[in-house]
Design a protein around this ligand. Sequence first.
Ligand code: PMP
Length: 367
Amino acid sequence: MYRGEQDEQPYVLPCVVEAEKRVIAQPPNKEYSGYGGSAAFCRLAAELALGPSNAALADGSAVSVQALSGTGALRLGCEFLSRYYSPSNVVLLSSPTWVNHPHIIARCPGLEARPYRYYEPSTRSLDYEGMIQDLEAAPEAAILVLHACGHNPTGVDVSREQWAGLLAVAQRKRFLVLWDVAYQGFVRDLEADVEGLRLFAASSLEMLVAQSFSKNMGLYGERVGCLTLVTDDAAAAKGALDLLHDAARSMYISPPIHGGSIATAILGDPELRAQWERELQAMADAMAARRHALHAALVEVGAPGCWDHIAAQRGMFSFTGLTRAQCQHLTNKYHIYLSPDGRISLGGLPVAKCKYVAEAIKDAVES
Ligand code: PMP
């Protein structure tokens, strides 16, 4: 969650306040939105991820449903795969990955999660060779989950060249890629953050795209998300859309309408969209500033060890490399709350508190 620099409260974007005013000004309508939610929202969301000139969107071979935020999109996607995808039941997850990924997969009958190497603790960076080796050794046609950007929990992303290498493996192995797009625009910018996804989308690989608007629009509690299935066959896509609707129907009937209306108002209006892009960039820049302030403070206070990995990582998280005991020390003695794996959320760390945190980390490391 991104909190403001001064008040440390969850940040509500001014473009969201304005969009919500416009939504409320419309005559009230509390009708069900239908299994797939708002078609206008789905189109705008899919264009944001895949690009407005994506061929599958133009010819109807990509189909989308509005989902209950990113988690709901992943859950619906995995439900769909568990019911209807027969080539493989193996779901390949980065090691480590977002804690909820294995939970979601465990609830989908038949699917089996399997890790692939991703983060190397000794170098505190991507283990690209290990990743490729594990993917090469994985079953044909397995489901491959990829974080589009701002990898949770490590903050370590794949480079442009590495995406190209991964695409070659995915094509050779005929993987079905499930993209988790929870931080588009929150890391670098709206385009750069989906460069890998766009590269894959330009190939003939079929894929699923699970989008969240929690972070990039600050709509956490509104549960705004989208699931898009990209195929190369419009008739197959239409059949798949019916199956996605069927899966949604048995789980929750239809998504909530309010948050999706806000996102639609922003994405569909050139002026509000431009405002959103500026406000989103300001959040991304603020998190980068927090990251560099924490790194600088650790160097300044002389915390033992090298902290350059913190400056090199990206997005909302800082994977500090602190041990579980050191994390406990920070919480018990300094009331600093972080995941036991050493992951700090920069969303909740204003620049003004970096020195305090750095001094506490120094103490934890020296204790
Ligand atoms: N994927 C990843 C990698 C995440 O970090 C998160 C949020 N922590 C989500 C998906 C889903 O978030 P939400 O359901 O709020 O959209």
